[in-house]
Structures are given as structure tokens and as C-alpha cells.
Ligand binder design. Structure first.
Ligand code: NAP
Ligand code: G4F
Length: 323
């Protein structure tokens, strides 16, 4: 029998890759989409899956709409990827961030609890919850110390997922994913901001790139690899929580160097430090330990950062070239 899946955040980076993965596995894929005034489906078109998805209008902040989506899709698996996911914006819109990234998770869990308790649930948790890190390499037992309203909201989402698993026996798993990027990454995130600027500078359409704290370090992987870990989590007999990471950390500065070098340029000739991109509180360094996911799920990261950045620069060169 065809399995049905419901993805919140289907128009986002991860939603698009996950939809493609599930369709390839033969799932009927439903996507919850919030009403927007302009088109948000470009990623689904780039991956050639837009026509195969059954869209259901709804918003994570609106409990009734999430319930109706669950009743309509009758999903065997619900992947809760929808979020206000840009950390910097969470200081400007802390309440929206809490509503969607925090309470929105409870709306999804309640919908399952009341209308579809057999549905398996995936929560998109984040390494941002580790914030001011309490261990050199972060794993499932590392204490959390979020440093942004986004991190705080996501921590609520994480614990309510654990709580509904323990309270009601739901098959609810939380993936604590470290940063993952791709050519479909939003332009506001630092990797894509850099690769887009590199393409524009190379093609003579831009001269400089303004960045904030380039000493920050992140454990960056490829989104296409990470959505496989999400799916694997929901195929396990027991629900659990997993760190998904590469185990390698790199500065923003070094990531920039890789991107500029790929087109034969020197980042030092173009990068300008601009205080407007510094954050009120920073997560200086993240470095994950994915040993549990490797052992229990058989998952390993496949794409090294240099390959990922080159893939993103090449995609942006093509895009900017077409403009
Ligand atoms: P993304 O590209 O920003 O996508 C976010 C998605 O959420 C979009 O489809 C967006 O819809 C949707 N959304 C926003 N507000 C919503 C609302 N009120 N109701 C329903 N949907 C809403 O994020 P991503 O990089 O794919 O990340 C997916 C999830 O993983 C997010 O929860 C994020 O916080 C989490 N995460 C990401 C990373 C990472 O490095 N990428 C790491 C750890 C965790 P529109 O297109 O209409 O805006
Ligand atoms: O690319 P970023 O905006 O990603 P950030 O804040 O790490 O958050 C991403 O990863 C989280 C997982 O840990 C996700 F949960 C979250 O949804 C999102 O996907 O910034 C990365 C680093 C930061 O330290 C930031 O201060 O890059 C630094 N940075 C320096 N200059 C910049 C810039 N970030 C952005 N976005 N823009 C800059 O100009």
C-alpha cells in the first residue's frame, strides 16, 4: 500500500529535498503551505517535484489548520520542518518565532495525538540549541544553552516532542541537525550569501561582500545527505533523538576562502566586515558528534565542505549568468 507523508515546510530547503526523496521511495507526499503573497515553490520546481506534491493550505501557528491537514493527509509519517528558521530574524520577531517554532510543534503533536496516533513524527531540532557549548563535541547527552530566541523556541519544540513520546507513547523523534546547506539554501544564510556574491563578483555584477563575525565556526553538511537521516529515524522500531553532523568544524572565513578560490579570486580583496551583521549574542562554535546516528541508523555524511561549496558556487554562477 502507498504510504502517505505530510511535510510542513515543504517549500523550504529541506522540505524540497525530503519531498524528492520520499517521492522516489513511492510515498504520496502532502505539503502544508502557509498562504504567502508571492511564489514560494521555486525550490520544488528546481528539483522537478512541484507537480507531484499535494498541497494543503495551513499555518503551524493555526492549530485547526494543522489538524485539518492531518485528517486530510492521513499520514503514516509527519515531518515537521516548518519554521521561522533564520536566527538573526528571531531577535526582530521573537513572538512569531516562538509561536511557529515552539507552539507550532505542539499543534502538530496534538493533531496526531487526537486524530492519528499511529502517525510517526519527526521534529526538526537544531544544533542552535547547544548555543554556548557545554562540551567540545556536542552529542545527544550534551546540555543545551540556547543563545537566540530561535534557539529557545526550538528547545521548547524539542522537549515537547520528547514529552509527547514519553507521555502518550507517540513515535516522535527529534533530529538535532547541525548546519546543512545546498544550492537551494535561502540567500540570507551565510554560505549562500557568500556563494551568490562570489558568482556576482566573478561575473562583474558586484564588487564587495559585507559580512559579520567571520570567526564563527560551524559544522556544515549537505542538505541532500541530511534528509536521508530524517527518513531513517522514522523507519526505526523505536523513536529516539539523534545528532546529525559531519564532525568537522570550519570558520566562516575559511568557508569564504574556499568559495572565492574556486573561481580564482582572493576573498581578502572583496570581504568587508560590517557591524550590522553581528548578532546580539553569538554561537561561536558548533561541532557535532554523529556517532549515534552512524551506529543506529547506518547514516554517514557523504559530502565534504569543499565539494558542497563548489557545488553551490557553480549553481550560483549558472543562476547569475542567466539573469
Ligand atoms: P527554510 O528553508 O527556512 O524553510 C522553512 C519552511 O518553513 C518554509 O517552507 C516556510 O514556508 C515554512 N514556514 C515558515 N513559517 C511557517 C508557518 N507559520 N507555518 C507553516 N510553514 C511555515 O528552512 P530549512 O533550512 O529547510 O530548515 C528546515 C527545518 O529544519 C526548520 O525547522 C529549521 O529550523 C530546521 N533546521 C535547519 C537547519 C539547517 O541548517 N538548514 C539545521 C537545523 C535545523 P515559506 O516558504 O512559505 O516561507
Ligand atoms: O548561516 P547562518 O545564518 O546560520 P546559523 O545562524 O548557524 O543558523 C542556521 O543553522 C542552525 C543550525 O545550527 C539552524 F537551526 C538555523 O535554522 C539556520 O539554518 O550563520 C552562520 C554563522 C553565524 O555565526 C553568523 O554570525 O555565520 C555568521 N555570519 C557572519 N556574517 C553571518 C554573516 N551569517 C549571516 N547569515 N550573514 C552574514 O553576513
Amino acid at each position: 500500500m502507498t504510504k502517505s507523508a505530510l511535510i510542513t515546510g515543504v517549500t523550504g530547503q529541506d522540505g524540497a529535498y525530503l519531498a524528492k526523496l520520499l517521492l522516489a521511495k513511492g510515498y504520496e507526499v502532502h505539503g502544508l503551505v502557509a498562504r504567502r503573497s508571492s511564489d514560494t515553490r521555486w525550490r520544488l520546481r528546481e528539483l522537478g517535484v512541484e507537480q507531484s506534491i499535494r498541497f494543503i493550505e495551513g499555518d503551524l501557528a493555526d492549530a485547526g489548520s494543522v489538524q485539518r491537514a492531518v485528517i486530510k493527509a492521513k499520514p503514516a509519517e509527519l515531518y515537521n520542518l516548518g519554521a521561522q528558521s533564520f536566527v538573526a530574524t528571531s531577535w526582530d520577531q521573537p513572538v512569531t518565532t516562538a509561536m511557529v517554532d515552539g507552539l507550532g510543534v505542539t499543534h502538530a503533536l496534538e493533531a496526531i495525538r487526537q486524530f492519528s496516533p499511529e502517525t510517526r513524527f519527526y521534529q526538526a531540532s537544531t544544533s542552535e540549541m547547544f548555543g554556548l557549548i557545554q562540551a567540545e563535541r556536542q552529542d545527544e547527552s550534551t546540555p543545551f544553552y540556547p543563545r537566540s530566541p530561535y534557539g529557545v523556541a526550538k528547545l521548547y519544540g524539542h522537549w515537547i516532542t520528547v514529552n509527547y513520546r514519553e507521555s502518550f507513547g507517540l513515535h516522535a523523534s527529534s533530529g538535532i541537525l547541525f548546519n546543512h546547506e545546498s544550492p537551494l539554501r535561502g540567500i540570507e544564510f551565510v554560505t549562500r550569501k557568500v556563494t551568490d556574491a562570489v558568482a556576482r563578483i566573478k561575473l562583474g555584477k558586484q564588487k564587495e561582500l559585507r559580512l559579520g563575525n567571520i570567526d564563527a565556526q560551524r559544522d556544515w553538511g549537505f542538505a541532500g545527505d541530511y534528509v536521508e537521516a530524517m527518513w531513517l529515524m522514522l523507519q526505526q522500531e523505536r523513536a529516539d533523538d539523534y545528532v546529525v553532523a559531519t564532525g568537522v568544524t570550519t570558520t566562516v572565513r575559511e568557508m569564504c576562502k574556499l568559495a572565492f578560490e574556486h573561481v580564482g579570486l582572493n576573498h581578502e580583496d572583496h570581504v568587508i566586515i560590517d557591524p550590522q551583521f553581528f548578532r546580539p549574542a553569538e554561537v561561536d562554535i558548533l561541532l557535532g558528534n554523529p556517532a549515534k546516528a552512524e551506529k543506529a541508523l547506518g547514516w554517514t555524511p557523504k559530502t565534504p565542505l569543499v565539494e558542497l561549496i563548489q557545488m553551490m558556487v557553480d549553481a550560483d554562477l549558472r543562476r547569475v549568468g542567466r539573469e
